[in-house]
Design a binder for this molecule. Structure first.
Ligand code: HC1
Length: 568
């Protein structure tokens, strides 16, 4: 242990602790912008400068380890003057249209300026007039809001192993951009939105589709239905002052009903449907010599990655659409038939933790007769905006149930939102279908948890099935190199693009960290444990759908509506 004082308060911390974390132990928040607790430390912005007795220069609290006898001061005049000067310099190179900024009241730069009572920069503005870059359905860049902290660059490179964003230029002309300043979708970017999740300002945000939803809700000719992804219900509470991982399913359904949606349905139902189709497809490949390993296809960032980076391996992807898109197809075919509504009146909205889902919904193959199956995708952050727009206090709302007939999800559907969850859900169904026996132990602990790559073996009727689960595309690449070389030892692989799976998606609330992801993950397993039905094939609404409409998994109708192909 190391002994030091911060602002004359003695404390003891483990060796290797940085000044920033030591100060946090005392409840002292040292201002910072380029620092993020899950990222490599770069100490670019110097906003966390502190004075240390005996040192002639200020030291960066994010990168400096404490030492025995260290005497740190975080609020001397020179420290404050330095921090204010840095913020003023940033403001001089920043569009200050805060009221119309998507990150208004949720911006680290704005918060720090408010904390230091900086109302204006005394320096002349040097901000360049650059338009917002809105060339794809998922992500918008606004270079005039960039403070060059590099968090987006590190998220893209270190988490996803992609490096679509980079620094260009020198000195005061340095900018964050893509290779040759191309639109993001024309680069290696897979639109996962992890950059938007760590951006401290409004420089990278999701494409805002909230007005489209408000317009649809106002239109008396429209029947507007919404589906909500498994991981939104354990993340939404963060924005309403609840503990990370709070389960707000019932309040969320009430909020959506109060917003005016005609029906509130559950993507968990779509997840159960995916298991029926994907599970049957895996067994078909296994028994009939199909391409193995088969890989899950529900994470749109991962599908984009496969198409862009490993197009030669796309036959390994399951042809099953994602739960969101399967739900959309059923919502535009079976549902209007059953509810007696003209399909042209139906507007389908989905709430997803993911920016890439906006791109997935817009794919031309995800619809028919000139209509998309999912009309509008909102991220969790956009739903937060809508709930605040109508002035609802989520925590105080009563709980409501999802509507029927697309509103029942099993525990297997619920855990889709965590890395390993899709595989566990599939195994619960595949095991029972193959063996004809009841699976007593439903928890596959080997595929749970935050490890980057997890493996296990399951025996089905005497045959060993080798399983792998990976999250983040940096880990996916390791698996894909083996698949490309033909040396993969696995039969069935789950990949989710974002850290922790969808609970850590790029559309989740700002402030999401790995510690918070783990709490959301635990919450999903809690939901699963408490549900009466924990296997997809036992979901009564799924059984009715097959009986009344689809026939059986992999039927012609199921193929037409629930399966897809991939691009090169
Ligand atoms: Fe996901 Fe999925 S788990 S991809 O993360 O398969 O986005 O939550 O909705 O479609 O179910 C996302 C989450 C989500 C789909 C499901």
């Amino acid at each position: 242990m190391v002994h030091l004082t911060i602002n004359n308060i003695p404390l003891e911390v483990p060796k290797g602790t940085k000044i920033m974390q030591a100060a946090q132990k005392l409840g002292i928040d040292i201002p910072h912008l380029c620092y993020h607790e899950d990222q490599r430390i770069k100490a670019h912005c110097r906003l966390c400068s502190v004075e240390v007795t005996g040192k002639r220069r200020l030291l960066a609290a994010c990168s400096t380890e404490v030492w025995e006898g260290m005497d740190v001061h975080t609020d001397t005049q020179i420290v404050r003057d330095t921090q204010v000067s840095i913020l003023q310099l940033m403001l001089a190179n920043h569009h200050k249209d805060c009221l119309s900024c998507p990150r208004n009241q949720n911006c680290d730069l704005q918060r720090l300026c408010s904390r230091f009572n900086i109302l204006e920069s005394p320096l002349p503005s040097v901000v360049k007039e650059e338009p917002r870059i809105e060339t794809n359905p998922s992500i918008v860049r606004d270079p005039s809001k960039c403070i060059r902290c590099g968090r987006c660059i590190r998220a893209c490179k270190d988490v996803q192993g992609i490096a679509a964003l980079t620094y260009a230029g020198r000195s005061s002309d340095i900018v964050v951009t893509t290779a040759f300043n191309k639109p993001m979708e024309a680069t290696d970017c897979i639109l996962c939105g992890q950059c938007s999740l760590v951006c401290p300002t409004g420089a990278i945000v999701e494409k805002d589709d909230t007005q489209k939803v408000l317009n649809a809700l106002q239109d008396p000719q429209k029947h507007v239905i919404v589906q909500i992804a498994p991981s939104v219900r354990v993340a939404l509470g963060d924005a309403f002052g609840m503990e990370p991982g709070a389960i707000v399913t019932g309040q969320m359904v009430t909020a959506l009903k109060l917003l005016g949606f005609d029906k509130v349905f559950d993507t968990n139902f779509g997840a159960d449907l995916t298991i029926m189709e994907e599970g049957a497809e895996f067994l078909d490949r296994l028994q009939n010599g199909g391409t193995l390993p088969m890989m899950t296809s529900c994470s749109p960032g991962w599908v984009n990655y496969m198409e862009k980076h490993f197009p030669d391996c796309r036959d390994h992807l399951s042809s099953a659409k994602s739960p969101m898109s399967m739900f959309g197809a059923i919502a535009k075919t079976y549902y209007p038939e059953k509810a007696g509504i003209d399909v042209r009146q139906i507007v389908t909205v989905s709430v997803m933790p993911c920016t890439a889902k906006k791109f997935e919904a817009a794919r031309p193959e995800m619809g028919r007769d000139g209509m998309q199956d999912v009309d509008i995708v909102l991220t969790t952050r956009e739903l937060i905006k809508l709930i605040k727009y109508v002035g609802l206090s989520l925590g105080n709302l009563p709980e409501s149930d999802f509507d029927s007939p697309l509103g029942t999800g099993s525990g297997a559907g619920a855990i889709f939102g965590a890395t390993g969850g899709v595989m566990e859900a599939a195994l619960r169904t595949v095991y029972e279908k193959v063996t004809g026996e009841t699976l007593e132990k439903l928890d596959f602990n080997d595929v749970r948890g935050f490890d980057g790559i997890k493996e296990c073996t399951v025996t089905l009727n005497g045959r060993e099935i080798r399983i792998a689960v990976a999250h983040t595309l940096r880990n996916a690449r390791i698996i894909m190199e083996q698949v490309r070389k033909g040396t993969s030892p696995y039969d069935f692989i789950e990949i989710m693009a974002c850290p922790g799976g969808c609970i850590g998606g790029g559309g989740q609330p700002i402030g999401t960290t790995n510690a918070i992801r783990k709490k959301r993950m635990a919450a999903l397993y809690k939901i699963d444990k408490n549900l009466p039905i924990r296997k997809s094939h036992e979901n009564p609404e799924i059984q009715t759908l097959y009986r009344e409409f689809l026939g059986e998994p992999l039927s012609d109708k199921a193929h037409e509506l629930l399966h897809t192909t991939y691009h090169k």
